[in-house]
Design a protein around this ligand. Sequence first.
Ligand code: ATP
Ligand code: MN
Ligand code: MN
Length: 299
Amino acid sequence: DDKPVAQLDPPQTVEPAMQITHPDRRMFADSDCTKADVADYYRAVARWLLPELVDRPLSLLRCPDGADDACFFQKHHAEGLGAAVHAIPLKQKSGTEDYLYVDSLDGVLALVQMNTVEFHPWGARIDDPEAPDRLVFDLDPAPGVAWPQVVAAARDVRARLREAGLESFVRLSGGKGLHVVVPIARDYSWDQARLFCESFARTMAEQAPDAYIATMSKARRKGLVFIDWLRNARGATSVASWSLRARAGAPVAMPLRWDELGRVGSAHDFDLPRAKQRAARLRKDPWEGIDGLRQRLPL
Ligand code: ATP
Ligand code: MN
Ligand code: MN
């Protein structure tokens, strides 16, 4: 009973035992990627992914029958998500509702176990959900718009933001377009944020009507890039950097340095293996410094 400390068993260093059932389930019809591969992917990119989604209300895209069949969005917390997935009560018109968030890799993996493929955080954090800390200009090219025109649009958004004194960051959506993200001080309401983004987008469309449009109307979008400012309303989301997309080829939403943008051929250039490789090789975050920038809006 007086066993010396030196003879005690060494502390256990087992991996957190997040159980992934149906590991062989194929999650994408056109690739061999399984549920186990999705879990491995999120483990491999956790260092870069977690800062982008921890402590933010999340919407999930869950694909219980594989990513090419019916997927559905979930924003509410529910029983059965496990202890690593937390509830955050948020006031909605109909009353208070429990949204969900995670603060660890275990939380991410618990959601993968529930067949989550995509992660969509709010541009606000749980300690102050009424004050956005990130704005997103979601650039949506109409069908047929060439990739260089999308890149030019993002660079134009960046330049115009700079004129307004704002630094910005760029992400491949993993789908068709680009996201330009602006970190701001948590001193503004969602209404103020949305109004700034709306007027910024409308000004761009007025000044270059042959390149941009700021309204949803699909009919008039031919050949244009829609500057989608609607991602900046309370409750809206944008896909997280490093999230897989439930689309053909298992593409990833990839954050880039601005000087990398010219070397990319499409919004879905990074598939799961390429994204994993990039995560392993990256020495610093392509968005390094974003959280230190608490920028003021020119209202
Ligand atoms: P793409 O480049 O193909 O447009 P995207 O992710 O930007 O990809 P959008 O349709 O432009 O897709 O939507 C922008 C963001 O709005 C998404 O990343 C997602 O977070 C959110 N969103 C879009 N549709 C829905 C939906 N039906 N339910 C919940 N969130 C959605
Ligand atoms: Mn988009
Ligand atoms: Mn959009």
